[in-house]
Design a protein around this ligand. Structure first.
Ligand code: NAP
Length: 311
């Protein structure tokens, strides 16, 4: 039997992403041993009940000792403090990575605390759900999804290759890019849609002339598709907004300009402009299906009222 890719993996943070990593590492035998650390006793106890690790620590510094891979799976705003706490206890030659949805701010916050002889490679698995906590994880979360690594020019090539092999072992495709570029791309494909969803759902909730029960009752007409995004974890999304300010503000101002143009087309009954835009955007969904990033099933592959999957 071949050796696992890493002999000891420390997961710092054991919510949706940390627990999903634990499940897939076990299934694919990617780690000889899994060490779990989280800041609260409640979460640590739950992780133990779910058997997500082989050893459990409240103290992240204890957990990383002797690990050859350390994966920091906490909200973006907490990554710097975690790096500071674990820095002096990291084993020489270890790889330290994270899974945060923002990269430039995380690199600036973590890198100064990583000692010589330890390889730091920031990362972001572009996969998730609206659920949080150690119960939310599942082994197939990263399957056929992209994981973006943002190494520096001077990052050790062998360490990048090893981390790439790890994410491929989790079922992901791996891309590498510059941290700033990552933040710009993700501002368009993830951060902006979430902010728009939070806003739309908030607007509907504030309406006084339409009752809340009507919003819920008729939600299948479009509203409910935004509620999946707007149900995402508030701490995570607060931290994403605070740590990717520039790119998000840039995308929001472009969005506002385009929305004004759309508003004008509706006001002046410019049917041609509306039809042209709606035709262009319809094609994007087809491209997602072809790229294997979305189901071609009607209604997003949702179950029907009888609980059967859509055809
Ligand atoms: P989660 O389910 O809410 O779990 C968060 C984990 O971080 C828990 O172990 C929690 O510990 C710990 N934590 C929370 N605040 C902390 C703090 N201030 N200091 C130290 N530890 C703290 O979160 P998640 O969804 O797994 O997200 C983790 C990371 O993955 C985030 O950086 C997020 O941007 C990124 N990410 C998320 C998704 C997604 O869809 N959710 C997708 C891709 C990447 P306790 O429970 O003990 O308090």
């Amino acid at each position: 039997m071949s050796e696992p890719l890493f002999s000891r993996v420390a997961l710092i943070g054991i919510g949706l992403i940390g627990s999903s990593l634990s499940h897939v590492m076990r299934r694919e035998k990617l780690a000889g041993e899994i060490v779990v650390s989280t800041r609260s006793e409640v979460t640590l106890k739950r992780a133990e009940e779910l058997r997500l690790g082989d050893r459990y620590y409240l103290d992240a510094a204890e957990a990383v000792k002797g690990a050859d891979l350390v994966i920091v799976c906490v909200p973006v705003g907490a990554c710097g403090a975690v790096a500071q706490a674990i820095g002096p206890h990291l084993a020489r030659g270890a790889i330290v990575t994270d899974v945060g949805s923002v990269k430039a701010a995380v690199v600036s916050a973590m890198k100064p605390h990583i000692p010589e002889g330890v390889h730091f490679i920031a990362g972001h698995p572009v996969a998730g759900t609206e659920y949080s906590g150690p119960d939310a994880g599942f082994a197939s979360l990263f399957e056929n999804r992209w994981c973006i690594l943002t190494p520096d020019e001077d990052t050790d090539t062998a360490a990048i290759e090893r981390l790439t092999a790890f994410w491929e072992g989790c079922g992901s495709h791996v891309d590498t890019m510059d941290a700033q570029h990552h933040d710009l791309v993700l501002a368009v494909v993830s951060h902006l849609p979430h902010i728009i969803a939070y806003n739309i759902v908030g607007t509907a909730d504030d309406l006084e002339t339409v009752t809340k029960s009507e919003v819920i009752k008729y939600s299948a007409s479009g509203f409910r598709d935004f509620t999946r995004l707007s149900a995402s974890d508030p701490t995570m999304w607060r931290d994403v907004c605070l740590n990717n300010k520039e790119a998000i503000l840039e995308m929001l101002s472009r969005f506002s300009e385009d929305l004004s143009a759309l508003q004008r087309a509706i006001r002046w009954s410019d049917g041609d402009a509306l039809f042209k835009l709606f035709t262009r955007t319809k094609g994007i969904r087809q491209q997602l299906v072809e790229a294997g990033q979305e189901s071609a099933a009607p209604n997003f592959g949702r179950e029907n009222e009888k609980g059967e999957p859509a055809e």
